[in-house]
Design a protein around this ligand. Structure first.
Ligand code: CP
Ligand code: NVA
Length: 313
């Protein structure tokens, strides 16, 4: 059974094929209008969402399928009356494909292990693979190719989006520089860095972590940032995090260090005045809404690919 739990264990060729399929789905959506006919997608949510919820549900509808929104807050799981293993073995008997937005990566891994249908990671504290595939589709559209590009990520390095970017860039031969504060709380996990560096070595890419925002941004083709207050970060940390991340804010001065034709990206939700200034996110270099749109196309491609793999297994 094929799942999308992490970008780490998908080959560069498989990921490239997924991007190609997403381009075809985007160009000719009508060709796929029956591709999920009578198929049901279960969407399990433990955290909030705008893009993921709406784009997955719309994607299933556009392909003739049906999506169920299941809020874990209203599940026997949240009150301790049921466990993840039982939940996934039950729903596997009903639906054709499952996606989960959860806190714990171990829970989505457990779901994939026990499910008899494909499982998609729609964000955990550790990774956000659907987002980064949409980002790579967007970058390829804007820049023509991926290999050899340099992506600067500024802000929270110990972050799902950062981890998936590290894997995704390395797989496609893109240099990635993470500009973040020093310390375990803010830097990418060592295990992710070690794995990304190993992949990058094979694809001819490089991985840099620096506490110097200018070093990360200089000459970059893409400048990327993400929330300083991810869904799982407790509210009481806001003041201290704003202070520690402010030197990594993406503003006009920082954008000037990147290439003249650099694009600005943020997976959203975004707070103007925090991780980026309003003039950057609302300015001509920003592609954040193209990025958000591509969530729809790439997730349709992901569902098609996994359902197809499931049929042939
Ligand atoms: N980028 C993203 O995953 O957005 P949501 O949290 O709104 O789904
Ligand atoms: N890092 C962010 C991504 C939101 C899509 C979070 O986890 O909240």
């Amino acid at each position: 059974m094929k799942h999308l739990i992490t970008l780490e264990n998908w080959s560069s060729a498989e990921l490239a094929a997924l991007l190609d399929l997403a381009d075809r789905v985007k160009a000719a959506p009508a060709d796929y209008r029956d591709a999920m006919r009578r198929k049901t997608l279960l969407m399990i949510f433990e955290k909030p969402s705008l893009r993921t919820r709406v784009s997955f549900e719309t994607g299933a509808t556009q392909m003739g399928g049906h999506a169920i929104f299941y809020d874990l807050a209203h599940s026997p799981l949240s009150s301790g009356k049921e466990n993840v293993a039982d939940l996934v073995r039950v729903v596997s008997r009903y639906v054709d494909i499952i996606m989960g937005r959860l806190f714990d990566q171990a829970h989505i891994e457990e779901m994939a292990r026990l499910a008899s249908v494909p499982v998609i990671n729609a964000l955990t504290n550790y990774e956000h693979p659907c987002q980064i595939l949409a980002d790579l589709q967007t970058i390829r559209e804007k820049k023509g190719a991926l290999k050899g590009l340099a992506l600067a990520y500024l802000g929270d390095g110990n972050n799902n989006v950062t981890h998936s970017l590290l894997f995704g860039c390395a797989k496609f031969g893109m240099d990635i520089r993470v500009g973040c504060p020093k310390g375990e709380e803010y830097e990418p996990l060592d295990t992710v860095l070690a794995s990304a560096r190993k992949i990058a070595k094979k694809t001819g890419a490089s991985v840099l972590v620096t506490a110097d925002a200018a070093e990360a941004a200089r000459g970059a083709d893409i400048v990327y940032t993400d929330s300083w207050m991810s869904y799982h970060i407790p509210q009481h940390k806001q003041d201290s995090r704003v202070k520690v991340f402010t030197p990594f804010q993406v503003n006009a001065k920082l954008m000037k260090l990147a290439k003249k034709d650099a694009i600005f990206m943020n997976c959203l939700p975004a707070v103007r005045g925090y991780e980026q200034t309003a003039d950057v996110i609302d300015g001509p270099q920003s592609v954040v809404f193209d990025q958000a749109e591509n969530r729809l196309h790439i997730q349709k491609a992901i569902m098609l690919h996994l359902l197809d793999a499931c049929r042939n297994s």
